[in-house]
Ligand binder design. Structure first.
Ligand SMILES: [Zn+2]
Ligand SMILES: [Zn+2]
Ligand SMILES: [Zn+2]
Length: 126
C-alpha cells in the first residue's frame, strides 16, 4: 500500500502532526520551562574529547536549514525540528550524536513531508 503519496501536503502534514502529538515527546521550550536540563558546555567538551561528532545541536549546530525551527524532544532523546507544516524532522546534529552514542542506524529515519517536490528537510539546492 502506497497511499501516502496521494495525500495532499496539508492532509499529510496534519497526519504527521498527529504522530508528533501521539508519541511521547514535547516541545524543547516546554521541557526547558518545566525545569528540564540540557547538557552543559563542559559536558559537551568532554564528549567531543571522547570522540563525539563535532557539531552539537545546542552549542555548535551545523549549518543546516532547520536550525531556526522549533525543537521537539523525543522520548528516545532525539531532538527533532518542527517544520512550518507541523512535521518533526530529526536534527542532523542530534541524530549524528546519538548514532555515535548508540549506533543503530535509524536515527534519521522518519515520516517526512514533501515541500517543493522534495523532502521538506532536504538541504536547499545551492
Ligand atoms: Zn553541547
Ligand atoms: Zn514540512
Ligand atoms: Zn524530513
Amino acid at each position: 500500500m502506497n497511499s501516502v503519496e496521494q495525500l495532499s501536503r496539508s492532509e499529510m502534514a496534519s497526519l504527521l502532526g498527529d504522530v508528533i502529538n501521539s508519541e511521547r515527546s514535547m516541545m524543547w521550550s516546554d521541557f526547558r520551562a518545566q525545569g528540564g536540563k540540557q547538557h552543559t558546555r563542559a559536558q559537551c567538551r568532554v564528549s567531543r574529547k571522547a570522540g563525539a561528532p563535532k557539531n552539537c545541536v545546542i552549542h555548535n549546530p551545523s549549518r543546516h536549514k532547520m536550525r531556526g525551527w522549533p525543537m521537539i524532544l523525543r522520548a528516545s532523546g532525539l531532538i527533532e525540528r518542527r517544520c512550518p507544516h507541523g512535521v518533526g524532522h530529526p536534527d542532523p546534529d542530534s541524530a549524528a550524536y546519538l548514532d555515535w552514542m548508540e549506533p543503530r542506524g535509524r536515527w534519521t529515519s522518519h515520516g517526512c513531508d514533501i515541500s517543493d517536490g522534495g523532502p521538506c528537510c532536504a538541504p536547499d539546492k545551492p
